[in-house]
Design a protein. Structure first.
Lengths: 356, 231
């Protein structure tokens, strides 16, 4: 191996991540399926690490899902994004942090397209003025929220109450990392570690004591496919791709999966339930599935938060086997309680995959 | 009829994604759609690079262009910096613009998709929203999702959300002024025109197929022919 060449290639995939003053925009999917993850992100960044993270209620969807479902023209998608940038500019920020990977890819694609075709950027500026009477500066830095947690992974490790270790054996937990496709597959230089060897989640896992598992289909899509999920007739596409990933990772016996994409944790979680319901097959130990976590949920467990404050009760695959391995204390009776311990009853439990 | 290849060349995604395909098939080898559907992105790009309008028109009316999941795995791996996924996006755009999308079962899905996505954006300011992500249409979301939806406000309150509330936070109500700005963006940039065009073409196709419009939309959303799949 020629080390110099290797270092040059690797340097292209290092990312400059400012340490403070971020403008935050939320994810449509994550707000629906993992609402507590975004709350934990803002809590960690603002309250635990003491950083400046600003959010305005006026920001909206970036339109990325609609765009990749081919339901809005590119010019419409770009102008929605231009409005988001205008809100950032008006708030006095220049570091832009989306919570969504589809958004992150959308922003990266738009900024690159404008760089290459300045006449298009000029047209979008005119469109935004006509539509909203707003003007914008482009972000100086664009980083996904997982980039920020990666950036502060060392500080989180220093504050850790739990490690990604099996307390019963003392061995590192075996973690599969799954990166959202639009994080770096389109623009490898925009992601920490690029598209083939992304380090954004692997870095967190290693810093917090876990062991990253390599497996053949590590870079395969979870199967979201936009229209391939949102149209009922197409969902076999989504299920089949998730199935392929689980069949590939099964021999490596992962203790958990961590993801940085909005849809991936939902699909990798729910399709395990569907696979078990249809075939009886489960991929975890003793009839359980493999718990699938967002990086905020994982960071929250490491920092010692109550798993039900992290929203882990909204997963269909039971997280309790992971909690037990990490030595996380939790109250099973509190899992489905509302605020102030209000009784909200309990969901029906599936029969083919072990849940609590 | 306009020259279809020239029309494609005006699309910025096509400019980015279409260079010189060497027919190596790497895109097909890594493509999630190619394993599931009778789909071969290599052949799509190869067809386009013939610049033969008859072949391109057949492609625009086919099922094939609707199989891609836009994951863009092909963009990373193409040794010649093509982006078959971007070429597909441009083909879909042209198929919709010319009204060819109603000629295929998968293309006709544009009606329910457009209604779901643009309906959510223009009403709520989100692409996905709990009010329209019904458990009945998403049984795969599992009993925990049913429980969540049955107790939506209380469950979201427990999760720290600000559901339909004022101010910032998870699933906040997007202020009316911001929704109005989104509508204005749709009007100025062709988004509204696109919605009306998809509706008009779909209604015409429903008449041609002898179906009520609601029945046409439901059928497009739910029906899947066996002919799409790989063996």
């Amino acid at each position: 191996m020629i080390l110099e060449g290797k270092q040059r290639i690797w340097s292209e995939y290092q990312k400059d991540i400012p340490d403070d003053h971020w403008y935050y925009v939320r994810s449509c999917i994550r707000q629906n399926f993992f609402p507590a993850s975004e709350r934990m992100f803002t809590h960690i960044v603002k309250d635990v690490l003491g950083k400046d993270l600003y959010e305005t209620p006026h920001h909206t969807t970036c339109g990325g899902i609609a765009y990749h479902c081919d339901t809005i023209p590119q010019e419409t998608a770009m102008t929605i994004v231009a409005r988001q940038f205008a809100l950032m500019t008006e708030a006095g920020y220049e570091n832009y942090c989306p919570s969504c990977i589809t958004s992150f890819g959308n922003y990266a694609e738009i900024l690159e397209t404008w760089r290459e075709y300045p006449e298009l950027e000029a047209r979008i500026r005119e469109d935004l003025w006509k539509a909203c009477r707003r003007e914008f500066k482009k972000p100086r830095y664009l980083a996904h929220s997982s980039d920020l947690i990666f950036h502060w992974r060392g500080e989180i490790a220093r504050l850790a109450k739990k490690r990604l270790m099996d307390v019963r054996t003392g061995q590192p937990l075996r973690i599969v990392e799954h990166i959202g496709c639009h994080y770096a597959k389109m623009f490898p230089s925009k992601g920490v570690g690029g598209a083939e060897y992304p380090y954004v989640l692997a870095g967190m896992v290693e810093s917090w004591g876990g062991q990253v598992i390599d497996y053949p289909e590590r870079r395969h899509c979870c199967g979201y496919g936009f229209r391939q999920y949102h149209v009922k007739a197409n969902r076999g596409y989504s299920l089949s791709n998730t199935y392929k990933k689980f069949e590939s990772m099964e021999p490596y016996h992962p203790d958990a999966i961590v993801t940085n994409c909005p849809g991936c944790p939902y699909f990798l979680d729910r399709w395990q339930y569907v696979i078990a319901s249809q075939t009886g097959k489960t991929y975890g130990e003793n009839g359980h599935g493999i718990p699938v976590l967002t990086y905020e949920e994982l960071a929250g467990l490491v920092l010692g938060y109550d798993p039900w404050d992290l929203g882990l009760q909204l997963h269909q695959v039971a997280v309790e086997p992971l909690l037990d391995k990490m030595g996380v204390e939790y109250d099973p009776k509190a899992k489905y309680l509302g605020l102030n311990k209000e009784d909200l009853m309990r969901p029906e439990l599936p029969t083919q995959i072990k849940c609590y | 009829m306009k020259n279809l290849f020239e029309e494609l060349c005006k699309d910025y995604r096509f400019k980015e994604g279409f260079h010189n395909c060497i027919n190596c098939g790497t895109c097909t080898a890594v493509c999630p759609a190619a394993e599931f559907y009778r789909y071969d992105p290599r052949r799509i790009v190869d067809t386009v690079q013939t610049r033969d309008d008859a072949q391109i028109e057949a492609l625009l009316k086919s099922e094939t262009i609707w199989y891609c999941g836009e994951c863009m795995s092909c963009v990373t791996r193409c040794p010649r910096k093509n982006g078959p996924g971007l070429v597909v996006m441009a083909l879909r755009e042209l198929s919709i613009r010319l009204g060819y999308f109603t000629e295929s079962e998968k293309g006709r899905q544009m009606l329910p998709l457009t209604r779901i996505m643009t309906g959510n954006i223009l009403k709520y300011g989100y692409c996905i929203h709990p009010e329209t992500f019904r458990f009945e249409d998403h049984l795969e979301a599992g009993p925990v999702w049913k429980w969540h939806m049955d107790h939506l406000e209380k469950s979201l309150e427990r999760q720290g959300a600000n559901y339909m509330g004022d101010g910032p936070g998870v699933l906040r109500k997007i202020p009316d002024k911001s929704i109005a700005e989104l509508k204005s963006i749709f009007d100025v940039t062709g988004g509204t025109e696109r919605i009306e065009h998809v509706e008009e073409c779909s209604r015409r196709k429903a008449d041609e197929m002898g179906m009520e419009y609601d029945e046409y939309e439901r059928y497009a959303f739910e029906h899947c022919s066996e002919t799409h799949f790989n063996e």
